[in-house]
Design a protein around this ligand. Structure first.
Ligand SMILES: Cc1ncc(COP(=O)(O)O)c(C=O)c1O
Length: 452
C-alpha cells in the first residue's frame, strides 16, 4: 500500500476531489513511500457528504492591484469610510454577529496562551534602525517553542473546549505552522489531534508534526482539498475543527502579541507592521491595539503576488485570488477570512505590498542583525516596514515589525541568498533570448556594457 510514488499519490488524489470523497477499496494509498507512518484518508473508510456549494466570491488576479513597494493601500479607516477613530470602532465591530471590540479586548487580557507560548522579546534592530533613520523594533515570534506565533491562536481556542470536546479530539488542515501549533496544544491538553496536510507537504514538516504526537493524514494536492477533507472528517467523527485564522478565539490568541507590544514599548509608536495571510494575526493585534492605543497605525504586509487582503480592502468585500504566489508559503492564501476581514476593514490602516526579492533581502538583514534565519512569511513585516519607511521618507519615528516565523525550508536558502542582493538593488537579474548565431553573445555583452 505504501509503495505508491509521490507523483502517483498526487494524481490519484486529484481524481478524488476532497468534497466528494468516498471510500474505495481500489484506491491506492495517498502516502508517499517516505510518508508511510502517516494515515491516509482511504484507510479511515469515510463516506462523503457533498459539501454545500460555496457562496460565489469575486475572483481577481493579484496583478490587478499595482502599487510601488511600500506605498499604503489604504484601508477603510484611512479613506475615512470606516470609524473615525479608535474610540468609535466599538459598536461597528460588534455588528454582524461577531464579538464586539470590548469582548475582544477582555478575551485578549484573559487569554491562556502562556501555558504554551512565551512572551517573546521585543528587540531593537540597531543596524536597520541606523540605515533607515528610525527606531525599528522587532517582535521575535520566531523564538516561540514551534518557531512561529501560530500556537497562540490554536491553544487559545483549544483551551476553551469542554472535557467532552477534548475527548472527541480535534482536527485541522494546514501545510505548515498552524499544524505544529495545534499538535503542540493537543499534546499539552492531552487530546487526540488529526492534522490533514496536502500530499505535497515536505517530509520535514509533517514529521515535526508527528513528533509532537499528532496523527498526520496526507490528503489532496492543495490546501483547499486538504481542508475540505478535514471538515468532512470533523463532521463524521465529531471532532472539533481548529481553523488557522477565521475564528474569534484564534484571533484573540494572536491578539496577545499586540498586548505584549503595548506593555513592552511605552512612548510614541508610529506603526506596527504585521504579515498577513488569512488575517488572523493582524485582526487580533488591531482588535487590541486600536482599543488601547488608537493612534498607533496597524499596517499589514503582503507579497505582491499573494495580496488577498489588499484587494479585498480595495473592493470593499472579500475576494478570491485566481492564483497565489507560494514563495512565502505561510501567507499564501487565496481568500482572507470572514471575521478577519470584518475586523480588518474597520481597524487596519492599510496594507503594503513587497516583492519576493525584498523579502529575501530582509531575511539577510535579520541574519546580519541577530544571526537568525527567518522563513519568507516571517520576514515579510520587516520588508514591509523598510519599504514603507523609505517610500514615505519616515525619519526619527518608532516602528515595530513582527518577525512571525522561522520554519525555513532549508532547500530554499540557496534561492534566498541569490535573490537577497537583487532585493537590496546591489545586483540585477536580466533575462533575454540569444539567437543561436555566431557572435550573438559578443553582441549581447556589448549591449550590456553600453547600459552601464
Ligand atoms: C510565519 C507566518 N507569518 C504570518 C502568517 C499569517 O497569519 P494569518 O494567516 O493569521 O494572517 C502565518 C500564517 O500561518 C505564518 O505561518
Amino acid at each position: 500500500m505504501a509503495a505508491a510514488s509521490t507523483a502517483t499519490a498526487a494524481s490519484h488524489s486529484a481524481s478524488f476531489p476532497a468534497a466528494s470523497l468516498r471510500h474505495d477499496a481500489r484506491r491506492p494509498s495517498c502516502v508517499a513511500p517516505a510518508a508511510a507512518a502517516a494515515t491516509t484518508a482511504a484507510e479511515t473508510g469515510l463516506t462523503a457528504v457533498p459539501a454545500p456549494p460555496p457562496t460565489p466570491m469575486l475572483r481577481v488576479v493579484p496583478e490587478s492591484l499595482q502599487r510601488d513597494s511600500g506605498c499604503l493601500v489604504a484601508g477603510f479607516r484611512e479613506r475615512g469610510a470606516g470609524a473615525a477613530d479608535g474610540e468609535g470602532f466599538g459598536d461597528a465591530v460588534g455588528e454582524g454577529g461577531g464579538p464586539g471590540a470590548m469582548e475582544y479586548l477582555t478575551s485578549v487580557l484573559s487569554s491562556k496562551v502562556y501555558d504554551v507560548a512565551i512572551e517573546s522579546p521585543l528587540q531593537l534592530a540597531t543596524k536597520l534602525s541606523d540605515r533607515l533613520g528610525v527606531n525599528l523594533w522587532i517582535k521575535r515570534e520566531d523564538l516561540q517553542p514551534v518557531f512561529s506565533f501560530k500556537l497562540r491562536g490554536a491553544y487559545n481556542m483549544m483551551a476553551k473546549l469542554s472535557r467532552e470536546q477534548l475527548e472527541r479530539g480535534v482536527i485541522c488542515s494546514s501545510a505548515g505552522n498552524h499544524a505544529q501549533g495545534v499538535a503542540l496544544s493537543a499534546q499539552r491538553l492531552g487530546c487526540d489531534a488529526v492534522i490533514v496536510m496536502p500530499v505535497t507537504t515536505p517530509e520535514i514538516k509533517w514529521k515535526s508534526v508527528e513528533r509532537l504526537g499528532a496523527t498526520v493524514v496526507l490528503e489532496g494536492d492543495s490546501y483547499d482539498e486538504a481542508q475540505s477533507y478535514a471538515k468532512l472528517r470533523c463532521q463524521q467523527e465529531g471532532r472539533t475543527f481548529v481553523p488557522p485564522f477565521d475564528h474569534p478565539d484564534v484571533i484573540t490568541g494572536q491578539g496577545t502579541i499586540g498586548m505584549e507590544i503595548v506593555r513592552q514599548l511605552q512612548g510614541p509608536l508610529h506603526a506596527i507592521f504585521v504579515p498577513v495571510g488569512g488575517g488572523g494575526l493582524i485582526a487580533g493585534i488591531a482588535a487590541y491595539v486600536k482599543r488601547v492605543r488608537p493612534e498607533v497605525k496597524i499596517i499589514g504586509v503582503e507579497p505582491s503576488d499573494a495580496n488577498a487582503m489588499a484587494l479585498s480592502l480595495c473592493h470593499g468585500k472579500r475576494v478570491m485570488l485566481e492564483h497565489v504566489g507560494g514563495f512565502a508559503d505561510g501567507v499564501a492564501v487565496k481568500a482572507v477570512g470572514e471575521e478577519t476581514f470584518r475586523l480588518c476593514r474597520e481597524l487596519v490602516d492599510g496594507i503594503v505590498m513587497v516583492s519576493r526579492d525584498a523579502i529575501c533581502a530582509s531575511i539577510k538583514d535579520m541574519f546580519e542583525e541577530k544571526r537568525s534565519i527567518l522563513e519568507p512569511a516571517g520576514a515579510l513585516a520587516l520588508a514591509g516596514a523598510e519599504a514603507y519607511c523609505k517610500y514615505y521618507n519616515l525619519k526619527g519615528e518608532t516602528v515595530v515589525a513582527i518577525t512571525s516565523g522561522a520554519n525555513m525550508n532549508f532547500d530554499r536558502l540557496r534561492l534566498v541568498t541569490e535573490l537577497a542582493d537583487v532585493g537590496r538593488k546591489r545586483e540585477a537579474v536580466l533575462a533575454t533570448f540569444l539567437p543561436e548565431r555566431q557572435g550573438s553573445f559578443k553582441k549581447f555583452t556589448e549591449l550590456v556594457c553600453h547600459m552601464r
